[in-house]
Design a protein around this ligand. Structure first.
Ligand code: TYM
Length: 330
């Protein structure tokens, strides 16, 4: 079984706990179950990040953060999207098996339309984003794509693109399955309302410095009906409880805390202090690994190069098959 996933390195704040619990944690486990490929999708970030240094820095930062979190280059093929030119090549071909109407139904495009002054200002790159992602996946004969809920539609259109291609040109592309873990499909942001997202600024970055992390945590929105720590509160309206659960806080102790919260026996600040401590404790091994890996720049470059070479071995085979199928081989 071949498994692939990726991340768009669009933020300099790096990975947040939505990415981690929504996808990375499961992906790290899957590395023992199948042949895994993992990519840093920096071509995707070109539609929101316009500064070359920022693209370069975000790409290396995310690459490093994934290694620190347990993506193992011995077990997985771990690479950067722009190092595999077969990806945009396949995208060009796939553009011909997807319709404008299908792309207009994509959430990313529709969200942008809802906020943008005019649709004419939306880049073709954003419109095409799902086709680029389809190319990432279909190039590698992938069976399974583990993602969070927000990427489901992208995997669905990938399946559709593969089916249309196969109907037209013969059975060449593997139609992948999407894999979403129910409990962690949509981690809420620190506003307690919307999905945690780097672009919404409601995220908790895993590798941020302690002071910033503390400030982020202290700003988490809690039960708004509670004015004083002695007022009864509703734990369901305080996202800190869900975070504590994700961070493996002791289940019985957590239930006791919820009870104290309901009865107005514990303040929000005390809960946030516990969350801060638990967060640092949970991510300590990864944060330590991050510091260690960051010191070895030549190793990181070598890993990146080796990853792209392994990815291209598979990619060039698929491209040959695709070229033959469409009649564009030499
Ligand atoms: P991206 O960079 O937005 O997110 C990376 C992964 O994290 C998951 N995720 C979440 N899961 C649960 N709760 C959240 N709040 C949350 N926020 C993010 C995402 O679902 C995703 O799995 N287009 C993709 C990157 C990509 C890709 C691919 C993914 C490019 N090529 C090929 C899979 C296969 C993206 O923007 O993800």
């Amino acid at each position: 079984m071949r498994i692939l996933s990726g991340i768009n390195p669009s933020s300099s704040k790096g990975l947040h706990i939505g990415n981690y619990f929504g996808m990375v944690k499961r992906f790290v486990e899957l590395q023992t179950e199948g042949e895994c490929l993992f990519l840093v999708a920096n071509l995707h970030s070109l539609n929101t990040v316009y500064t070359p240094d920022e693209i370069r820095n975000n790409t290396s930062a995310i690459f490093l953060q994934y290694l620190a979190l347990g993506i193992d280059p011995q077990k997985s093929i771990f690479f950067v999207e722009s190092d595999v030119p077969e990806i945009p090549y396949l995208q060009t071909i796939l553009n011909n098996v997807v319709t404008v109407a299908e792309l207009k139904r994509m959430h990313g495009y529709k969200d942008k339309l809802a906020h943008e002054v005019s649709p004419d200002e939306i880049s073709a790159g954003l419109f095409e984003y799902p086709v680029l992602m389809a190319a990432d996946i279909l190039l590698f004969d992938v069976d399974l794509v583990p993602v969070g809920e927000d990427q489901k539609q992208h995997v669905e259109i990938t399946r559709e693109i593969a089916r249309t291609f196969n109907n037209r040109f013969g059975n060449v592309l593997t139609v992948p399955e999407v894999k979403i873990q129910k409990e962690t499909a949509r981690i809420l942001g620190t506003d307690g309302q919307r999905k945690m997202s780097k672009s919404l600024g409601n995220d908790l970055p895993i590798f941020g410095n302690e002071k910033e992390l503390y400030t982020h945590i202290m700003r988490i929105t809690t039960d708004p009906s509670r004015i004083r720590p002695t007022d009864p509160g509703d734990p369901a309206k305080n996202v800190c409880f869900s975070y504590l659960q994700l961070l493996d806080f002791d289940a019985q102790q957590l239930e006791e805390l919820r009870e104290q919260y309901r009865e107005g026996k514990i303040g929000d600040v005390a809960i946030k202090e516990m969350l801060y401590e638990k967060f640092l404790h949970y991510f300590k091994p990864y944060r330590d690994a991050h510091v260690e890996l960051a010191a070895d720049v030549p190793k990181l470059s070598a890993l990146r190069k080796a990853g792209s070479e392994r990815a291209r071995e598979i990619a060039t085979k698929t491209i040959s098959k695709v070229q033959r199928a469409c009649g564009i081989n030499a």
